[in-house]
Design a protein around this ligand. Structure first.
Ligand code: PMP
Length: 418
């Protein structure tokens, strides 16, 4: 645009923005939380298992202590979701993030099978962090002083050339992976990515893949991605202890009262249960029975997830429509159209992400802070934003997405061409 045309555009957008501000909105698009209607889908579960139904298949009294690994029927229920036989699964309490935390802490304090001792006694260690990624993974590393090495995502998972180069350093002990409908890009790892992760030569003998399959059954379309089984791939490549799989029912049943899931090789499982057995006498097995009675089997899980899809797919569509209507063809932004998961990634013009968040905040719309998708909160291009459309109502999501698009345009106009 000519300087005069740009000035006109800027003035017009400013007027629109002032009008938006005068609406005094309060909208929250910060976290990937299920909406109340999604939680209502599990309302019937809260009446289960009932007073007289507290005995598990193996005779365990679910009201009492014990059964650290979780009930056999609960482990069987999640066997295909986890891609592991029930014997290699642990069903724990309500947070998979807590299991990731504990696994990391046990590795730091005790060391892992195949390793040379506690990670905390080695040279400062490092983790590979595909970016954009999940801020809470990065917070765990930062909290424990684990150096983070960003690796770019490609559309089919992390840049494997960079990963293979990095793991030649024995200080690199692990990688965070959200392999399906990744948080926040929405991409799913390709077969070749999984094969290379399984087969690559890692200099650290106790290198681990933290395979956080948080969105394993969280589809937004009729498509089903063909994500290869990481446990099988690693076992076939001669690295059976490399992957640890995490998932939960936080976004299947109840986000504060679901079940957290852990799966790995039998050696890792024995190691984990030894540590976890000191931490707790056993998990809440009533909640496990409740989930088994409610979800029943794979078909029950799939049917339940369809009801979630009915509620949230229109919200993702509203975001896509609002962004397309306002931002298409202008070369000031790109955004993902995820086929599952909980997030949309919006890439704004370089150097404007913080400004977009500030403009949105002034207009009453809370966005995840710019930079949160990167280790140490540092997005070197200041361009990646994570949009979480599930929690607000459909009308609010539409309004917020239109407002974010306006802020994106305004920030780009203020700055001028990249
Ligand atoms: N992993 C990922 C990738 C997530 O997006 C989330 C939730 N935002 C979690 C883990 C947290 O899971 P949980 O509720 O089981 O702790």
């Amino acid at each position: 645009l000519s300087p005069a045309a740009l000035e006109d555009l800027r003035a017009g957008l400013r007027r629109e923005y002032e009008a938006l501000r005068s609406e005094k909105l309060t909208l929250d698009m910060t976290r990937g939380k299920p909406a109340p209607e999604q939680l209502d889908l599990a309302a019937a579960m809260l009446a289960l298992p009932g007073n007289r139904d507290t005995t598990a298949e193996d005779g365990t009294d679910a009201r009492n202590y014990g059964n650290l690994q979780g009930l056999p029927e609960t482990r069987a229920l999640f066997s295909s979701l986890m891609g592991a036989p029930p014997g290699q699964i642990v069903v724990a309490n309500n947070s998979s993030l807590a299991l990731m935390h504990d696994t990391l802490v046990y590795a730091l304090l005790k060391g892992l099978p195949g390793g040379r001792g506690p990670w905390s006694k080695e040279e400062p260690i490092a983790f590979l962090c595909p970016v954009p990624g999940y801020d809470r993974h990065f917070a765990l590393c930062e909290g424990f002083g684990i150096r983070m090495i960003p690796v770019a995502m490609t559309g089919a998972g992390p840049d494997m050339d960079a990963v293979e180069r990095a793991v030649a350093d024995p200080a690199v002990k692990g990688i965070w992976c959200v392999p399906q409908y990744s948080n926040p890009s929405g991409e799913t790892y390709g077969a070749d990515t999984v094969r290379r992760l399984a087969a690559m030569r890692a200099a650290a003998p106790d290198f681990r893949i933290f395979w956080d399959n948080a969105y394993a059954v969280h589809h937004l379309t009729a498509e089903r991605p063909a994500l290869p089984n990481i446990l099988d791939a690693c076992a076939e490549a001669g690295h059976p202890d490399r992957p640890i799989v995490f998932a939960s029912t936080s976004k299947v049943t109840l986000a504060g009262a679901g079940l957290a899931l852990w799966a790995s090789s039998l050696d890792n499982l024995r190691w984990y249960l030894t540590q976890a057995g000191r931490r707790s006498i056993g998990p809440d097995k009533l909640n496990q029975l409740r989930h088994v009675r409610f979800l029943r089997d794979d078909a029950g899980i799939a049917a339940h997830m369809e009801r979630h899809r009915d509620l949230i797919a229109p919200k993702f569509a509203a975001v896509a429509e609002a962004f397309a209507a306002r931002l298409s063809g202008l070369e000031v932004a790109r955004w993902s159209n995820p086929k599952g998961g909980y997030f949309v990634t919006l890439e704004v013009q370089d150097g404007t992400a913080r400004r977009v968040v500030a403009l949105a905040k002034e207009a009453g719309i809370a966005l995840t802070p710019a930079g949160a998708t990167h280790p140490y909160g540092r997005d070197p291009h200041d361009r990646t934003l994570r949009i979480a459309p599930t929690f607000p109502s459909l009308a609010e999501v539409r309004k917020a997405a239109e407002a974010v698009a306006l802020c994106t345009l305004l920030a780009a106009c203020e700055t001028g061409p990249a």
